[in-house]
Design a protein around this ligand. Structure first.
Ligand SMILES: C[S@@+](CC[C@H](N)C(=O)[O-])C[C@H]1O[C@@H](n2cnc3c(N)ncnc32)[C@H](O)[C@@H]1O
Length: 209
């Protein structure tokens, strides 16, 4: 089983700083649910789940080949479900044969996808999450971002260039664009947390009605 577990060095470096942010936002209480979009290797969900035994974690991936690694990690924790194959550009009602109901989730977590996938994935993320979160539920995103058309520092400028040269539909997303996308999906940006290596964790909250 252990051989199937992929190890991304970046995930090993960032999992603790991200956990510190989650500890500030994940509430105590029972029966909460966190859906992770694009779980990658599965390292993040496996690192977080034991700290929040009252939360059920649903990891997911677009790449079928990664599901085996996520499952190998998930298998060790009773509060992590078997990974789902989710293409975030599709309607959430199709995910996992329709297991997710509207306004039903406390948390959605997504790391390092927006800049390494076409912009349609970012649109799909906000569109689906706007419908899936409970009022006051949280979307937590992690990665490097642009602000008002500017990318800093130079290492992130170069990273953005290298992403765009690999695929013109990739690249750092601008938080001012994301705010507009959030707004039309009933979501508000509530905090931007500085993280190591010029990354951010951004906390978004679904509006109360
Ligand atoms: C750089 S990896 C990040 C993995 C993990 N979250 C991490 O931080 O280590 C980007 C992920 O986005 C996923 N992705 C690409 N297109 C997607 C889509 N349409 N729906 C959901 N995930 C997608 C890829 O499969 C990939 O695993």
């Amino acid at each position: 089983m252990a051989a199937k577990k992929l190890v991304y060095p970046a995930a090993n470096r960032n999992k603790d700083p991200i956990l510190s942010v989650l500890k500030r936002y994940i509430q105590r209480g029972t029966n909460q649910t966190l859906l992770e979009i694009s779980s990658g290797s599965g390292q993040h969900v496996a690192h977080f789940a034991p700290h929040f035994p009252h939360v059920t974690f649903y990891p997911s991936e677009y790449e079928p080949r990664l599901l085996e690694s996520i499952a190998a990690y998930a298998n060790e924790y009773s509060n992590i479900k078997y990974p789902l194959r989710i293409d975030v550009t599709t309607d959430y009602r199709l995910w996992g044969n329709g297991i997710f109901k509207p306004n039903s989730l406390e948390y959605v977590y997504n790391a390092n996808m927006m800049h390494i996938a076409p912009f349609e994935c970012t649109i799909g993320l906000f569109t689906n999450v706007g419908q899936l979160l409970k009022p006051n539920g949280l979307l937590i995103t992690y990665g490097p971002y642009a602000f008002n058309g500017q990318i800093t520092p130079l290492s992130n400028v170069n990273f953005d260039k290298s992403l765009r040269s690999q695929d013109p539909s990739w690249g750092l997303r601008d938080v001012s664009e994301l705010k507009k996308l959030a707004e039309i999906n009933d979501i508000k940006l509530i905090e931007i947390v500085d993280m190591p290596a010029n990354n951010k964790t951004i906390i978004w909250r679904k509006n109360m009605h």
